[in-house]
Design a protein around this ligand. Structure first.
Ligand SMILES: Cc1ncc(C[n+]2csc(CCOP(=O)(O)OP(=O)(O)O)c2C)c(N)n1
Ligand SMILES: [Mg+2]
Length: 322
């Protein structure tokens, strides 16, 4: 088993994300979570590979399908689940909910509901790194359905022109809500868009978390060397519907089952269980994840709700904030 310690850590995090999402779905159906809930199940390897490609001082920006990326960057399951439950102990004080996970300490700058609009924001974070020469790289995630939004183009244009230290990661999960890729975009190889901006590009299937890490790391280090942005299209798949209210009738059960056969999490588990170096650790690690998940649900349940006095300081800054 190559890099056994890292492999175990990557598996632990992928499993934590999957179990977090499953428990969130359960809590949603019990009425403990309000508003929207978009699950990341099936795409975990992307977030975990990405987190391992970055330094703690690098930054991340993403869309509303944000729980996995937040956890992979180091947010605690407690802070994540409490946010979903709308509790004051959540990462956004219970005021943001599922779509607005935010964790400045781990440089996770959202969690954004308006798709595409977060791309110029990420370019701004990357600009700050370039302007202050802090050596940081920004990684921004967006979906196939965000690729055709005007703001995506504007942010990419400027980032390429100014050679900003940024990596654009297109998580192509084949669907934008209920619309398949072929029905929403004329060129389905989205990495080709990089050519129009004069950016480097890459494109691959998300099956091996190590490959995801290594290929994203190439892009991150290119950005860090001052050679500008890269557009990386990663072909992935979400097993659940777009949100909890989506029964996903626009695709067949066979299609979903086919993707599950190549599940990156299960493949890594099989490798770890087959290797004498790591086999003994797998079950203990899984028990620890179960305990962490049970604890975060308990924590979220028992935490208090936010109170009205939070409204002003979380809306205004400076002299207007009390
Ligand atoms: C500017 C804007 N237009 C429309 C929406 C409504 N909307 C929410 S999710 C979504 C599809 C996004 O699909 P994709 O980018 O592929 O992300 P995925 O859900 O697959 O992760 C749309 C159109 C939105 N959030 N923002
Ligand atoms: Mg999509």
């Amino acid at each position: 088993m190559k890099e056994a310690k890292t492999a175990l850590e990557m598996y632990r995090m992928m499993l934590l994300i999957r179990r977090f999402e499953e428990e969130a779905a359960r809590a949603y159906s019990l009425g403990k979570i309000g508003g929207f809930l978009h699950l990341y199940i099936g795409q975990e390897a992307v977030a975990v590979g990405a987190a391992h490609a970055m330094r703690p001082t690098d930054s991340v920006v993403t869309t509303y399908r944000d729980h996995g990326i937040a956890l992979a960057r180091g947010m605690t399951a407690n802070a994540g689940m409490a946010e979903l439950f709308g509790k004051v102990t959540g990462c956004s004080k219970g005021l943001g909910g599922s779509m607005h996970f935010f964790d400045a300490e781990n440089r996770m700058y959202g969690g954004h509901g308006i798709i595409g609009a977060h791309i110029p924001l990420a370019a701004g974070v990357a600009f700050a790194s370039k302007y202050t020469s802090d050596g940081g790289v920004t990684m921004v995630f967006y979906g196939d359905g965000s690729a055709s939004i005007g703001a995506t183009h504007e942010g990419m244009s400027l980032a390429a022109l100014w050679k900003l230290p940024i990596v654009f990661v297109c998580e192509n999960n084949q669907y934008a809500m209920g619309t398949s890729l072929e029905r929403s975009i004329s060129v389905t190889d989205m990495s080709k868009k990089a050519d129009g901006y004069g950016m480097a590009k890459d494109r691959f299937v998300a099956e091996d978390v190590f490959e995801i890490r290594d290929r994203l790391k190439d892009a991150v280090e290119r950005a860090r060397r001052g050679e500008g942005p890269t557009l990386v299209e990663i072909l992935t798949y979400r097993y659940r519907g777009h949100s909890m209210s989506d029964p996903a009738k626009y695709r067949t059960k066979e299609e979903v089952e086919d993707y599950k056969k190549r599940d990156a999490l299960n493949q890594l588990r099989a490798e770890l269980a087959a290797s004498p170096e790591t086999a003994k650790d797998v079950e203990a690690l899984e028990a620890a994840v179960e305990a962490e998940i049970a604890e975060c649900v308990r924590f979220a349940d028992e935490s208090p709700e936010p109170t009205a006095d939070l409204l002003e300081p979380t809306t205004y800054a400076g002299e207007f904030a009390r």
